[in-house]
Design a protein. Sequence first.
Length: 377
Amino acid sequence: MTSKRNAGDIYRDIGVTPVIHAGGSSTASGGSKLRPEAMEAMNEAATIMVRIQELNEAAGKVIADITGAEAGFVSSGAAGGLVLQAAACIAGSDPAKMAQLPDASGLKNEIVIHRMHRFSYDHCYRAAGASFVEIGDGRQCAAWELEAAFTDRTAAVAYLFSPYLSRRAIPFREVCTMAHARGVPVIVDAASYLPPRANLRRFTAEGADMVIYSGGKGVRGPQGTGILCGRADLIEAAAANASPNPFIGRGMKVAKEEIVGLIAALRVFVDEDEEAETKRYRDMSQSVVDALIEVPGLDLSVEHNEYDSLTPIASMTFTRKWRGPGPREVLEEIGSGDPPIVLKALGNPDTLSVDPFNLDEGEMEIVIRRLREVLLG
């Protein structure tokens, strides 16, 4: 009699080790667990052929309705959406300019960005031919610096919303007011800023011209999708630069199944009980704190705020009284165990966190047990 296969065997069969992902929704560890509704929709969509342009337009209308924006588009992840944001602002829907990218010679291609908003993925803007004009330093920025950055080659102002950023950037609404006074669009990267669900409408309501969200993080849609929404003319330009058209976004295609899967996931996401979801994450995080609260030298708490911890997480800070392995050694040891466990290590270098977003109750029990083993020897 054949024994029942474990879900992880599909990976083990090709030599890949499944992990327990207690680090949130990072792409490096697979993003998030796909919703069953999205998987069902993708399986059904995979058996039918459609015109991709028509599908893109239909999906865009759903995104526009959900986000309150004028238009929407499904991009190849949030990173692909950044490329399309830049391409739309630099080349618009002009085929001659679109065909020229990423060579932006003679085009408006300067994107103004706070120096404190520079991060690992802003090269996606440069991939479309953008050139950065940085304002401020790593700690602060004044309005006059943005004022001085505008030139006749300014294509857009980029603004990043992400955990653990400096809060001393020029306020977003003020940036929008200043940019719009000069006819310059403001493009937003809010890839990891869902939930809360209110953020789906927040940034366009506050003045953003285009916003990108990940489709595979908090929404739990296909990991290779992004939710691009904003001004109708700019979304039209982004779509013109994208697959299946033969321009800079051609290689960043999104499969028909992924588009359908994202829409299914997005519809479920916006209808979920966010309060109940938050309580579940808070209770799971509290179980970590309760299990480790008596370990001397550790400062434990449940963190949840609008800046760094958009959903509740268990935070574990190694104080000066701690006499055991440091955060780096804990990360390495727990990450090389069986099963390997990924923790969140962002912000304070003395702090590790357990994010319950991708954990079920059984996995959380394993995480707690392994933490006690590693921390207490």
